[in-house]
Design a protein around this ligand. Structure first.
Ligand code: LLP
Length: 412
């Protein structure tokens, strides 16, 4: 969806802030991934549900034939409700509770991606008590630093995730000895918002070494799950709306030495859903500070936490108002009056700090952004917010959770 194409006249009945989803773009993304994956035999995509678990988004992704990567019992339930078959659900996470393990066993999910020896023993005990075998992959911490924000790198030895390399032999011995565990393969995930393909090349090289080592020792390797992590272009959502799926899959095609009959699993989240979502807010007030000008909008860190939490950049676009016509109606408290759009666009852009109403200084979407003159009631779109936006929203300050607006059909 190009700038200016947001159907703002349809927004007037929608309580702001809300998430706008371009379902055609989501469909295009899903078709592109399927096309790229068709060039590789025996590949499966498990969408990382944590990125966005809005039921309509999940249903579209399930309808495209993808599986689901879940990190809680709640996500497993959401995935099942949206139509993901249990045989296409994988379950990761360092802290799976007893209830969640039992749920996974009862529903017959396809994998527990196990992150510690202690967890393995607990899963074995629950499976044995039910007279079943739990399908398990071992999550390996490959000790690879990704070129991304420190808070979203996961594959370093200092991170809490996975089994460290020096403990791998020991855990493999345990996994192969437990009677109610069915060993399936190895799982990796090095971090998120990775756009430098050399990070994925490093992951492939690490996996190749581990496979060689296992074979040398006579230990089975099984399937390989390389996790997710592909980044998107947050700067240019209109010109580069799709992640570079071609380079991503090509990297694994070229650098990962796959064994005969081995299935390769991916768990992309952000790159599938981030581009199709925008947080739509309304300008409440424009306030002149001593050195700066604030556009105070009705959306905040409670709907989109990423800027406050990671200093993440999201492009902000001024959409104007459906009242932008010669017969514009003056809004309560609007001291400037709603100028016709033609007049507004003739005016020079101004610098704004775009901030929300929450009582935290970090409740800032962006500082010193150049925007057309903002007036009370104007809509702004905070772009590329489809991943880790709605799913990380909270009720802080007794804010209601944001609603959603779906534009078009994904046609998958
Ligand atoms: N697989 C595992 C085991 C993961 O932990 C994650 C993300 C993914 C797959 C999906 O990664 P993606 O393709 O989305 O990069 N809230 C942060 C991102 C946290 C990612 C956590 N794990 C953010 O807003 O940037």
């Amino acid at each position: 969806m190009l700038k200016g194409n947001f159907p703002i006249e349809q927004f007037v009945t929608q309580r702001t802030p809300f998430y706008y989803y371009d379902m055609e773009l989501l469909g295009q993304t899903l078709r592109t991934i399927r096309q790229e994956m068709s060039l590789m035999p025996d590949c499966e995509m498990h969408y990382a549900v944590k990125a966005n678990f809005n039921p309509r988004i999940l249903r579209a992704i399930a309808a495209a034939g993808f599986g689901a990567d879940c990190v809680s019992g709640g996500e497993i339930k959401a995935a099942l409700a949206a139509g993901f078959p249990s045989g296409k659900i994988v379950f990761a996470g360092v802290g799976k509770s007893d209830e969640e393990i039992v749920l996974g066993l009862e529903k017959g999910i396809s994998r527990f991606n196990v992150e510690s020896a202690a967890e393995l023993e607990v899963i074995n005990a629950f499976a044995a008590a039910r007279g079943v075998k739990a399908p398990v992959s071992i999550r390996v911490n490959p000790d690879i630093g990704a070129h991304t924000h420190a808070n979203i790198t996961t594959g370093l030895a200092e991170n809490k995730f996975g089994i460290n390399l020096e403990q791998l032999d020991e855990i493999m011995e345990l996994v192969l000895s437990l009677p109610a565990i069915e060993y399936k393969g190895l799982h990796f995930h090095i971090g998120s918002q990775i756009t430098d393909m050399s990070d994925f090349v490093a992951l492939c090289n690490r996996i190749n070494n581990i496979q060689d080592d296992f074979e040398h020792k006579g230990v089975p390797v099984g399937d390989i799950n390389v996790g997710g992590g592909l980044g998107i272009n947050y700067e240019h959502p209109n010109h580069l709306p799709l992640a570079d799926f071609h380079s991503y899959f090509e990297t694994f095609r070229r650098h990962l030495v796959r064994r005969h009959g081995q299935t390769l699993h991916f768990e992309l989240g952000r790159s599938i859903v981030a581009p199709c979502g925008s947080l739509i807010c309304k300008v409440l007030y424009v306030k002149e500070g001593t050195h700066k000008r604030f556009a105070i909008v009705d959306g905040s860190m409670t709907e989109l936490l990423r800027p406050a939490l990671y200093h993440a950049y999201h492009r902000i676009e001024h959409l104007g108002s459906p009242l932008d016509s010669a017969s514009a109606v003056k809004q309560p408290g609007d001291v400037t009056g709603a100028e016709p759009l033609s007049k507004v666009s003739e005016q020079p852009e101004l610098l704004y700090d775009v901030v929300g109403p929450v009582c935290e200084s970090s409740d800032v979407f962006a500082k010193a952004v150049s925007l057309p003159q903002c007036r009370r009631g104007d809509y702004v779109a905070i772009r590329s917010a489809g991943a880790y936006g709605e799913s990380m929203s909270s009720g802080y300050n007794c804010h209601e959770l944001p609603g959603s607006f779906f534009d078009g059909e994904p046609n998958v």
